[in-house]
Design a protein around this ligand. Structure first.
Ligand code: DC
Length: 243
């Protein structure tokens, strides 16, 4: 028989499934690393930042002022978000539609940190993330996954890199995806502005959790970072996966 569901605690929804938690600032390589670790293990990749981006996108679409916490809080309760496992990741649908690159624009970048400071937004996203453990083993990346969403996971990582390396990667990604064509300086300024808001906000600020393993990826290849994460996982996890 299943035990009762308690949404106020972190790992109790499905204690049978594993969660690898990866936090760090923008451009540190969290998405690429999480996706590859997920692929190696057969764990589902979860991009938690996309949920904050979806909330931000909906604010902009509906004309909600992102600097008005009460208005943003009201919207947070009202956004219809569906999560489905698809191709090794959790895919999001808003009102039945995939948001795609509409949540990756410089405009969303500029407003997302403000939206992510609102407690009601964070509570809603946290509940959505915890409920995902029912879909299987997960690799979850974000800013507060190791500190607030899954603080009990035995596999918690803080992935970082120099501001220059992060800006270079983000700029390359934006150009390759055709999302924007900003100078490295502009990308760096936007990243640093968001870092500041993310790490100084009142609720669940970005910080390295006690006991999390820190990896500085500035001078590492993607493969090296993935290997470092894999090497630090509990041995039983690397032996089984979802497969
Ligand atoms: O990782 P990203 O750039 O897609 O994140 C978008 C925004 O959401 C960013 O400003 C930080 C915020 N965020 C957060 O506060 N907590 C998370 N777990 C993930 C992202």
């Amino acid at each position: 028989m299943r035990s009762p569901i308690n949404l106020s605690t972190s790992q109790h929804l499905n204690p049978m499934n594993n969660v690898i938690a990866i936090d760090g600032p923008g451009g540190a390589g969290k998405s690429s690393v999480s996706r590859l670790v997920g692929r190696r293990l057969g764990y589902l990749h979860v991009d938690s930042g996309a949920l904050y981006r979806i909330m931000t996108w909906q604010c902009l679409v509906r004309g909600v002022d992102t600097s008005d916490p009460a208005a943003v809080a009201a919207l947070a309760a009202d956004v219809d978000i569906e999560c489905r496992p698809e191709d090794g990741a959790i895919a999001y649908y808003v009102g039945g539609e995939a948001p795609g690159d509409r949540i990756r624009t410089p405009e969303i970048n500029a407003h997302a940190s403000a939206v992510a400071t609102v407690k009601e937004v964070r509570d809603r996203v946290t509940a959505i993330l915890r409920a995902m453990t029912r879909h299987g083993n997960l690799v979850v990346e974000g800013r507060d996954i190791t500190t607030a969403v899954f603080p009990d996971s035995p596999a918690r990582f803080y992935l970082t890199a120099s501001a220059e390396a992060r800006a270079r990667r983000r700029q390359k990604e934006e150009i390759e995806k055709g999302i924007a064509n900003q100078s490295a300086e502009a990308v760096k300024a936007s990243l640093l502005a968001r870092d500041r808001i993310d790490s100084t906000r009142r609720y669940a600020p970005l910080r390295k959790a006690d006991g999390a393993i820190e990896i500085d990826s500035s001078d590492m290849t993607l493969e090296q970072v993935v290997d470092a994460v894999m090497a630090a996982l509990p041995a039983e996890w690397t032996a089984q996966g979802n497969l």
